[in-house]
Write a protein that binds this ligand. Structure first.
Ligand SMILES: [Zn+2]
Length: 263
């Protein structure tokens, strides 16, 4: 056990955080949905920063083709039979033993999403399946929990902060999931390591700001980037939820109730 003393010293110097913000981080809990590349970076940044409870959910085991971009796995983990969530939790406990890290080796779905998110303060999206985000959106709006959408493929990515009741939700902007075949995927379009690292860093900064000080000053819209074209863009969004949104306006949760298939 390491003395806690100086662990957060450099972070505490930040005017916007300070001891009060650090205490709030320590009292906060996050769900990290998917612990691949995005989720691995997100988990690491939350644990190192001292977010008090970090729950990792992933059904997969590491593969060789993950290692070029997923920061929490190495060659020794291949073929061990252990799930990514377990391996990530073990490694991160060695980074910061003050954080309660929970590993759940399971697929996030309608039967378990509410239970997994209950009692926490924020959901971070580390998923590689764009459509499962509609399930997270339903769960977050249902529970009144903020969530941060982070999607990446190839050299492109998007980050969007969603605070139910305060900002548009995913379905305010895109009422239905796009057809899966219409979307570029890592399996078909590839990806380089910097893409998830960059998107996760931006999302993690929003998470730390939100958990330590509340929703003021979060990204006011959809941030998009493409490294290969040198494009970085913030698309500002309407100030609040859409009144006719099926999710946050009419509180219809088809993905949560299993009436609509997210994948
Ligand atoms: Zn909405």
């Amino acid at each position: 056990m390491v003395e806690s003393g100086d662990r957060y010293q450099k972070q505490l110097l930040l005017a916007g955080l300070g001891a009060r913000g650090q205490a709030r981080l320590g009292a906060a809990g996050v769900l990290i949905a998917g612990v691949g590349a995005l989720g691995g970076h997100l988990a690491q940044l939350m644990v190192r920063a001292g977010v008090g409870r970090v729950r990792l959910v992933d059904r997969d085991v590491p593969e060789l083709s993950n290692l070029h971009r997923q920061p929490l796995y190495d060659e020794n983990d291949l073929g061990s039979g252990e799930g990514k969530a377990q391996i990530a939790a073990e490694k991160l406990r060695a980074v910061n033993s003050e954080v309660v890290i929970e590993a759940v080796v399971a697929e996030l779905g309608p039967p378990n999403v509410l239970e997994l998110a209950q009692g926490l303060d924020l959901i971070l999206d580390g998923l590689d399946n764009p459509a499962t985000r509609y399930l997270i959106n339903d769960a977050a709006v249902h529970l009144g929990l903020p969530w941060i959408y982070t999607g990446v493929v190839a050299t492109r990515g998007n980050v969007l902060c969603i605070v139910p009741g305060r900002t548009p939700c995913l379905r305010c902007l895109f009422p239905s999931p796009p057809p899966l075949e219409a979307l570029p995927r890592v399996d078909t379009h590839g990806i380089i390591g910097p893409t998830p690292a960059f998107a996760a860093a931006l999302a993690a900064a929003q998470a730390l700001k939100l958990l330590s000080g509340g929703p003021d000053g979060l990204l006011p819209g959809l941030f998009s980037f493409d490294f290969w074209r040198g494009q970085f863009q913030l698309t500002e969004l309407p100030g609040g939820p859409a009144p006719d949104c099926p999710c946050c306006g009419q509180r219809d949760f088809p993905f949560l109730e299993g009436r609509a298939q997210p994948a």
